[in-house]
Design a protein around this ligand. Structure first.
Ligand SMILES: CC(=O)N[C@@H](CCC[C@H](N)C(=O)O)C(=O)O
Length: 371
């Protein structure tokens, strides 16, 4: 089966974090079709670790792919659209898995010098699979912890063959943010008997906007975004409950701590002022993706030499990636790879150019041999 067919089959079965049962079964089946004499395959929850034994190994080289989808209803119109209503591979993880399978096929066909370990990691979007997967590896299978590790992420805005990364910080620290307001609802005509949760939520939303504008050094980038706000039930009832859902992004862990302290102070002040109850939950948080300079530079230099790619030293972005937890403990780097699609990540029409699959399987295979 060629890589385009594999990607299209994976695209049909997106599943949420730690529920990637069909995806895991599909990947295990594909891995089972390969000659097994150099392979060791182990599973961890819905993830898979595949070790390819090197012929004269002096180190363990890791390649990580994420495997989960998003709760988005697909609107691409492609013939191989998601068969799971309400779910979509809108962040390119179907492409990431296919590149990893293409890489594995090459490693089996041509045994590498060094042990090469592929990590099919669940739950990148939510709630985060990298941190618990690495903890399990360290506790139960330290022999499968790599000495160096790499990963790629599709980049809609770049042409296929563009390999973009940078030394140091590439992606932000992230934290989800959920704020629940509980107050007193009632009849729309008797506001004096209520404490309107919609008005309180509006105050919280506006005061949150002061954090980046007034509490952060303008030379430090940060984001506080509320992406979803819900309140009330019907037009003539004053709401007694509201919920704000968002995300925080920072370029340092210290800035994340500062922002959270400000959110808590603002919510405490509003709760006192409006006589209501406000609960904050930070959901899942990811550590920054901080590339080891040596390896980011190696990727860029190799992409410049390799016949199918060009290199671009890109700026950091406020996206998040739980691959940051691997890089917190293990040297390595993540790079963007061009996907040439008009729609951005997490868009319901995001549709990567499948030419990227073979280019990246070839590129990653050739790059890992240089280490
Ligand atoms: C590459 C990418 O788009 N990553 C996601 C990671 C989500 C982190 C978490 N669920 C959050 O929303 O904070 C991103 O949104 O950057």
């Amino acid at each position: 089966m060629n890589l385009i067919e594999i990607r299209q089959q994976l695209h049909k079965i997106p599943e949420l974090g730690f529920q990637e049962f069909k995806t895991q079964a599909y990947l295990l089946n594909m891995i089972a079709t390969l000659p097994q004499h150099t392979l060791e395959v182990v599973t961890w929850r819905t993830g898979i670790v595949v070790k390819v034994m090197g012929y004269a190994s002096e180190k363990k080289i890791g390649w990580r792919t994420d495997i989960d989808g998003l709760p988005i209803t697909e609107n691409t119109g492609v013939s191989f659209a998601s068969e799971h209503e309400g779910y979509m591979h809108a962040c390119g993880h179907d492409c990431h898995m296919t590149i990893a399978l293409g890489l594995l096929k090459k490693l089996v066909a041509e045994q590498p010098k060094h042990d090469t370990i592929l990590y099919f990691q669940p739950a990148e979007e939510n709630p985060g699979g990298a941190e618990p997967m690495l903890a399990w590896l360290k506790a139960e299978r330290p022999d499968l912890v790599p000495d160096v590790i790499f990963a790629a992420h599709v980049a809609p805005e770049y042409p296929v063959g563009t390999i973009a990364t940078k030394p140091g910080l590439l992606f932000a620290n992230t934290s989800e943010l959920y704020i629940d307001i509980t107050s007193v609802g009632g009849h729309a005509a008797f506001p004096h008997q209520t404490k309107d949760a919609s008005v309180i939520a509006a105050n919280v939303l506006l005061q949150l906007q002061t954090i980046v504008a007034r509490n952060m050094n303008p030379l430090d980038s940060a984001v506080v975004t509320i992406g979803k706000m819900t309140s009330g039930t019907v037009q003539n009832v004053i709401s007694g409950a509201a919920r704000l859902e968002g995300t925080i992004r920072t370029t340092t862990p210290e800035a994340m701590t500062r922002i959270k302290a400000r959110i808590e102070a603002i919510c405490a002040g509003i709760a006192t002022g409006f006589e209501c109850d406000i609960e904050i939950d930070y959901g899942s948080s990811y550590y920054e993706v901080n590339n080891t300079p040596l390896y980011a530079e190696k990727i860029l230099a190799f992409a410049e030499r390799f016949s199918q790619t060009t290199s671009y030293e890109c700026p950091a972005a406020m996206t998040g990636e739980d691959f940051g937890y691997f890089l917190k403990e293990i040297p390595g780097a993540l790079f963007w790879t061009g996907a040439n699609t008009a729609y951005g990540l997490h868009h319901d029409k995001m549709c990567p150019d499948e030419a990227l699959l073979d280019v990246n399987a070839d590129f990653v295979h050739a790059f890992l041999q240089t280490l």
